[in-house]
Design a protein around this ligand. Structure first.
Ligand code: SLL
Length: 230
């Protein structure tokens, strides 16, 4: 392994996992289900300064661990098995490798130059920064084969309540809790609230615009153009 550059402030992992966590692994987030019946390969496109920036994995775990610095967006492209007859899916994840206040970062996560790959099973230790995105994949009008695949492999249900918390700081938009039905519900409420606020604001602006137009009409009626009419 070449020595790690001294400016690499963080060791980070990007992973695509099923949402439910195995019940007996309080430090493992997600990954209770093996989705290889559905997913053929996953490609992570990392920042171009990272050696071998296109990482393609044809079996789980779909994850990449690296060291580095700065902020960048990476893309995750997911190919489904041929039977699914679905186009690949691409989404994006923004990575923020900020210099976190040292006292907030666990010693295990303070990397040194020349350090090797991370230890197994470190996730969930104090001081790690998490930024999870939960997504429901909805297949509208799936092929018969995909429908069969999905019904043959029902995913592990999320626990009702989170069974554990992530200790330590979370990234912006990060989630301190294990994914659960309760977390999902709360997120749904937050989105609903945001939707309502946007609608209210749109309505308020529409009314303002209407009032302004009426005012203008009234003014135009009072002062006919050019003043020529009698
Ligand atoms: C920034 N625009 O300034 C970003 C660049 C660069 C990320 C981020 C690895 C570099 C290497 C790496 O973390 N690159 O392996 O030498 O914030």
């Amino acid at each position: 392994m070449p020595p790690r550059a001294a400016e690499h402030t963080h060791r980070w992992t990007v992973a695509l996992r099923s949402a439910a966590s195995p019940a007996d692994h309080p430090h493992t987030f997600g990954g209770a289900d093996d989705y290889s019946y559905l997913i053929k390969k996953v490609q992570f496109k990392l920042h171009e300064t990272i050696p071998n920036s296109l990482r393609t994995l044809d079996k789980p775990p779909w994850q990449v661990t690296e060291t580095g610095w700065g902020e960048f967006e990476l893309s995750v492209k997911v190919w489904f098995v041929n039977d699914a007859n679905e186009k690949p899916l691409t989404f994006f994840h923004f990575l923020k490798l900020h210099p976190w206040p040292r006292e907030l970062v666990a010693p295990s996560n303070r990397i040194k130059a020349e350090e090797d790959e991370p230890e197994e099973g470190e996730a969930g230790e104090e001081g790690h920064v998490y930024s999870w995105h939960y997504d429901d994949l909805v297949f509208t009008e799936p092929s018969e084969a995909l429908f069969r695949l999905l019904t043959q492999h029902p995913p592990t249900p999320l626990p009702k309540e989170p069974r554990w918390h992530v200790v330590g700081p979370t990234g912006p938009g990060g989630n301190r809790l294990e994914f659960s039905e309760a977390v999902k519900e709360k997120e749904g409420e937050r989105l609903e609230q945001a939707r309502k606020e946007v609608m209210q604001e749109t309505e308020a602006w529409r009314n303002r615009l209407l009032r302004a137009e009426e005012k203008k009409k009234a003014r135009d009626a009072q002062e006919p153009e050019g003043g020529a009419e009698s």
